[in-house]
Ligand binder design. Sequence first.
Ligand code: SAM
Length: 210
Amino acid sequence: MKDYYAARANEYDNIYLKPERQDDLQDIRAWLTAELTGRKVLEIACGTGYWTQFYAPSAQRVVAVDAADETLVIAAERVSPNVQLLQGDAFDLPAFDMSFDAAFAGFWWSHISRKDIVRFLTGLHGSLEPGAEIIFLDNRFVPGSSTPIAEQDAAGNTYQRRALQDGSTHRVLKNFPTREQLLADISPHAKLSQYCEWEYFWALKYSLKR
Ligand SMILES: C[S@@+](CC[C@H](N)C(=O)[O-])C[C@H]1O[C@@H](n2cnc3c(N)ncnc32)[C@H](O)[C@@H]1O
């Protein structure tokens, strides 16, 4: 996954140019910014900082982690001065020198294997203050707009075959969870939860139990 996104870094943002998704993206930018205003945010798998560039200027502080140096170089060019970019592993987060009352991850949940969800959530929640607000944003599967599913494994993970501009092809884990699946995954940890849907995207927002 990291190697695929490292190779894709320079063409990654093209995904945000799909014409049919522009109305949703505009709504979500405003929604996310309002949700994270004034917050101390831990962002997981920030990639090129596409979302960070919009919400961070009105957040209090942001630490944004990604595994790939190649995407972080692009993020560094566009994020506001209150953002600290950090190379790191979402499954093995470092000890931070600040506490966070919010977390955000865009288009990351879909890349977590079913078997790793509990491990990921345990690590993330351990870095946050009790009562912190957490937001995951990701893709809905929309025939004709989404890359088709090529395979499914026994655990229910789905995979796409994706091509990059250099001609290489990659088998990429990409899950499209239902609302029920998402709520079940976070229910042991969540106090208030809200599932939102746009035509092309879903978001899950919840507050961590105290
Ligand atoms: C689909 S991209 C999402 C980027 C960004 N959040 C966005 O919404 O545009 C997934 C990102 O996860 C990063 N990644 C892959 N494995 C990771 C890991 N174990 N820990 C942290 N980041 C990882 C990749 O480098 C890539 O930037």
